[in-house]
Design a protein around this ligand. Structure first.
Ligand code: PLP
Length: 457
């Protein structure tokens, strides 16, 4: 499979004909799709909880659960267990010496370099444009500290009205940090009356109208609630044409869709690694700084010794000399355990490409989309995620009508089907291409149909 801008529905129709199954809900159709899936072996790289582990008392406790929650926390790759336990061994054997002498060739003093290149591949960046450090909100602060330099005429920040709360809080606090007020300096892009998604044309219009006053445009790559995948390249280009700096929070995009941060000329970006990158709860995060800012040392960045020139870092001279590129934005020596966990999870990504994952994702989420719109009436559920596969990743956000969302969610959990809920009425389901199967999608829909019959009588 290669990623092309084909309509997944057309492909699914062709596969239905080839499979000779009666319908898309026929188990033999899902089996056909899973069998021809070039990524199918990657599922074995993960530890998938059983139904019994997730929902004690569930029928068929030995079967694997249906896990559609990689948008929140990815499953545990077996390699993560291995890499982390190796670091514990090395710590036990070598203690402080392991910073320089390491049985597995990963001296801790350079541990972050072990994940730099693979992370860069995932986000379409050059190696030196990426640094693995801290956690997401801290990194957003660090990047704003360097790239948000308000002046009297250009002091505004443009964000989504429904930005993830942590981003909203961080950006408001950055505005206040400069002695400004969010009511004067924050523009929140609202969807049109009666709409949930943001239209690119409206974002571009805001940029056209207010661009000269905007210092930074900062959106999420994929919106956490709706699953909308913004047109990163187009928005970046339009905002930069007005002289704005453009940053992206890729929490829901990294490892989900094949972004091209370098080619799209993005100024900065940040992401976490515990969602689609499967590095574990609280995993170490990443930043991207475009290479054209690599030697821009005039910015008043938040400095720390790990961003200092490696050749003289241990000379303790107290004259900060930043490493060119993203690495110069690092603060602390990184957590070895979480970096090794990321190394383990990225080793799975190295067995495929983001393009091949995207090709599977089109079909897998396209399959889910098709079943949901054909099997359920709109007075039970709506899908707020864009119907255009180019404008979404693997997640679909389902609105359950008539105040029944929590009931549906709790009943799904009892059947060991894991999505997540966002109040007031949304269940997010994300079949991730690395470990989800077409059979998981089919079973999810079959089980949901039964629940809907019981709950919406
Ligand atoms: C879009 C987005 N931004 C920021 C965050 C906050 O991440 P962290 O707690 O790792 O700083 C999240 C967490 O889910 C998120 O989804």
């Amino acid at each position: 499979m290669t990623a092309t801008k084909v309509n997944p529905q057309e492909q699914l129709n062709q596969f239905l004909a080839q499979s000779k199954a009666d319908s898309f809900l026929d188990p033999s159709f899902a089996a056909f799709m899973d069998d021809r899936d070039p990524l199918k072996d990657l599922r074995t790289e993960f530890i998938i909880p059983t139904r019994g582990e997730i929902a004690p008392g569930a029928s068929n406790p030995e079967e694997s659960c249906i896990y559609f929650c990689g948008n929140s926390l990815g499953l545990l790759p077996k390699a993560v267990k291995r890499y982390v336990s190796e670091e514990l061994e090395v710590w036990g054997e070598g203690a402080v010496n392991s910073h320089f002498k390491h049985r597995f060739g990963r001296p801790w003093v350079r541990i972050e370099e072990t994940v730099q290149e693979q992370s860069a591949r995932v986000v379409g960046a050059k190696k030196d444009e990426v640094a693995i450090m801290n956690t997401l909100t801290s990194n957003l602060h660090a990047l704003f500290a360097a790239f948000y330099t308000p002046t009297k005429d250009r002091h505004k920040v443009l964000i989504e009205s429904k930005a993830f709360p942590s981003d909203h809080y961080a950006i408001e606090s950055q505005i206040r940090w400069h002695g400004l007020e969010p009511k004067d300096s924050l523009i929140c892009q609202e969807p049109r009356e009666g709409e949930t998604l943001l239209r690119t044309e409206d974002i571009l219009e805001t940029i056209e109208k207010h661009g000269e006053e905007i210092a930074v445009v900062c959106f999420s790559g994929i919106q956490f609630y709706t699953g909308q995948y913004f047109e990163i390249e187009k928005i970046t280009k339009a905002a930069q044409a007005k002289g704005c700096i453009v940053g992206w929070d890729l929490a829901h995009a990294a490892g989900n869709v094949p972004v091209q941060l370098h080619d799209w000329n993005v100024d900065f970006a940040c992401w976490c690694s515990y969602k689609y990158l499967n590095s574990g709860p609280g995993g170490i995060a990443g930043i991207f700084v475009h290479e054209r800012h690599a030697n821009d040392f005039g910015r008043n960045r938040l400095a720390g010794w790990w961003g200092h020139d490696k050749g003289t870092r241990f000379d303790m001279v107290n004259e900060f000399k930043p490493i060119p590129g993203a690495a110069g934005f690092q603060h602390s020596n990184p957590s070895v355990l979480t970096t090794s966990a990321l190394l383990g999870s990225l080793s799975v990504f190295e067995k495929t490409t983001m393009q091949d994952m995207r090709a599977k994702s089109y079909l897998l989420t396209g399959y889910l989309y098709h079943l949901l719109i054909t099997e359920f009436s709109t007075d039970v559920l709506d899908i707020i995620t864009p119907s255009d596969p180019e404008q979404r990743g693997c997640q679909l956000s389902l609105v359950f009508k008539r105040g029944k969302m929590m009931e549906i969610f709790e009943e799904l959990a009892k059947k060991a089907i894991i999505g997540d809920e966002r109040k007031p009425d949304v269940i997010r389901v994300a079949p991730t291409p690395l470990y989800s199967r077409f059979e998981d999608v089919r079973r999810f829909v079959v089980e949901l149909k039964e629940l809907v019959k019981e709950i919406y009588h």
